[in-house]
Ligand binder design. Structure first.
Ligand code: GDP
Ligand code: ZN
Length: 466
């Protein structure tokens, strides 16, 4: 059962598996100090001060390594329990030797996945949003993701939600008091009026908080950019061009037409919509449906046309709007980047002529003439593009931390629903029930109410030793 599990003192390698200069083994629990007295004898070192010791086997006394020992007495440690850290040489056999030796101490066992962090949560050192932030920090691939995760790991969301929840609890107490003792009708109405006013304010703050264009979630998952355009205009060339300039994040390519890029610190998932044209072919139609969905769900669209083809069409009086795939054309909006590629094949006058025409017929703020072959104009495009990312998605431009997960949003919606029900409910007992429901919904975000089923999911994200 959990309570006996909690009495165990746990240990694990905290640094990554594999050869390294230094490895850190972390020990946490009520008997953690025995790791020092039995394996790095004898006296406990000064708290939080690295102290050189010989590390020995607790039973045979065999010398296993020379290392540093750190002692963090609870509750001011990562887990809130007594914690010991051994910093030893990173060789595989040294690590194995020390871990095996720890298993010989009575009441010691190897930690499970995420168990150190789980204990930190149980001892209220961290709340769920901070733990999620920590997991995101370990997974962060780009600067912007790191900034956002760090802010959350340091309590950005916890402070906000704890504050709101505290206010809800105070108002709930007032409503309960009126239910239990409300005798004087005048006082009663005055108190309830105040409560309603405060709940209205809170609801509107929550509404503002959730009405965020999903900036935080998008930043966490990657900003989805779709490249669209007719065949042979240079979509693949453009993707290759970007990948050559801003090296793709390794190991994250999901399929041949989608790559993961770090653009100016922002995580970008770029996809090429292959096969975007009219067809009777079942397979191609399937591909088009997927392409269509991709366009609809993407955060930013880049439409590429070949400047030569467009100019030729104009010269032979072909209606270029009809020539461009209608699906592509209708997807273009103010924020779509329109790229007139193959600029190397036209002269300056021809290019500015095209630019002028497109400014009139396409409602976009961003038109770029560039060449994937010579690289002309690519830098200008990137500058503007990264600027837009900064404006649209950077969490540092907002005063409070942003929602980063669908989980938060679900509970916030639930909370706001409860508050709205409270405001329209005339029966005071039922109204109080709605307030309690709303308070619990907020508590589920930070983990302040029992949420065992989601805890397991969250802690699975950690490796052993975290
Ligand atoms: P996609 O079908 O839209 O992905 O187009 P591709 O990237 O396969 O390019 C089609 C053809 O256009 C290839 O032969 C490319 O070499 C060529 N191409 C692409 N970009 C440029 C460019 O900027 N200038 C010139 N001259 N040719 C280009
Ligand atoms: Zn994707």
């Amino acid at each position: 059962s959990r309570s006996t599990q909690l009495q165990d003192t746990i240990y694990a390698l905290s640094t990554a598996q594999g050869k390294a200069g230094v490895a850190i083994i972390r020990i946490s629990g009520s008997k953690a100090s025995q790791a020092v007295t039995k394996m790095a004898p004898k006296l406990l070192p000064i708290p939080r001060k690295a102290t050189g010791r010989i590390i020995v086997h607790p039973i045979t006394g065999e010398v296993l390594d020379h290392g540093l020992v750190l002692w963090f007495p609870g509750p001011s440690s990562y887990t809130g329990e007594d914690v010991v850290e051994f910093q030893i040489h990173g060789g595989t056999s040294v690590i194995r030797g020390v871990l095996d030796a720890l298993g010989n101490i009575d009441g010691f066992r190897h930690a499970e996945q995420g168990e150190f962090t789980r204990r930190a949560f149980d001892n209220e050192k961290l709340d769920l949003t901070e733990i999620e932030g920590l997991a995101d920090l370990l997974n962060a691939e780009t600067e912007a993701q790191r900034r956002q995760a760090l802010r959350q790991a340091q309590g950005g969301l916890r402070n906000l939600y704890d504050n709101w929840r505290q206010q809800l609890i105070e108002n709930m107490a007032l409503v309960e008091a009126v239910i239990d003792f409300g005798e004087d009708e005048n006082i009663e109405e005055g108190v309830l009026e105040q409560v309603r006013e405060r709940i209205k304010n809170l609801t509107s703050m929550m509404y503002d908080h959730t009405n965020d264009n999903r900036r935080g979630e998008i930043m966490r998952d990657g900003i989805h950019v779709t490249i669209l355009g007719p065949p042979n205009v240079g979509k693949s060339s453009f993707l290759n061009c970007l990948a050559a300039i801003v090296s793709p994040i390794p190991g994250t390519t999901r399929d041949v037409i989608e790559i993961f890029l770090n653009l100016g610190g922002y995580p970008i998932v770029v996809g090429d919509t292959a096969g975007l044209r009219k067809s009777d072919d079942i397979i191609e139609i399937e591909g088009m449906t997927r392409a269509k969905n991709r366009i609809l769900s993407s955060d930013i669209k880049i439409c590429i046309l070949s400047s030569v083809d467009v100019l030729n069409a104009l010269n032979s009086k072909i209606n270029i709007l009809r020539e461009i795939d209608p699906l592509v054309f209708h997807s273009v909006d103010e924020e779509t980047f329109l790229i007139l590629n193959k600029s190397d094949l036209l002269n300056k006058n021809e290019l500015s002529y095209l630019r002028e025409i497109f400014t009139k017929i396409i409602p976009t703020n961003y038109i770029f003439c560039l060449s994937c072959i010579t690289g002309d104009g690519v830098k200008e495009f990137l500058e503007t593009f990264v600027n837009l990312l900064r404006q649209k998605y950077d969490s540092c431009t907002s005063h409070v931390a942003l929602i980063t997960q669908a989980r938060h949003r679900k509970h916030l919606d639930d909370c706001m629903q409860g508050l709205q029900n409270f405001l329209v409910q005339n029966d005071l007992v039922l109204a109080a029930e709605e307030l309690r429901h709303a308070t619990n919904a907020l508590g589920k975000i930070t983990g302040r109410v029992s949420v065992d089923e989601i805890l397991n999911v969250i802690f699975q994200q950690f490796c052993i030793g975290k």
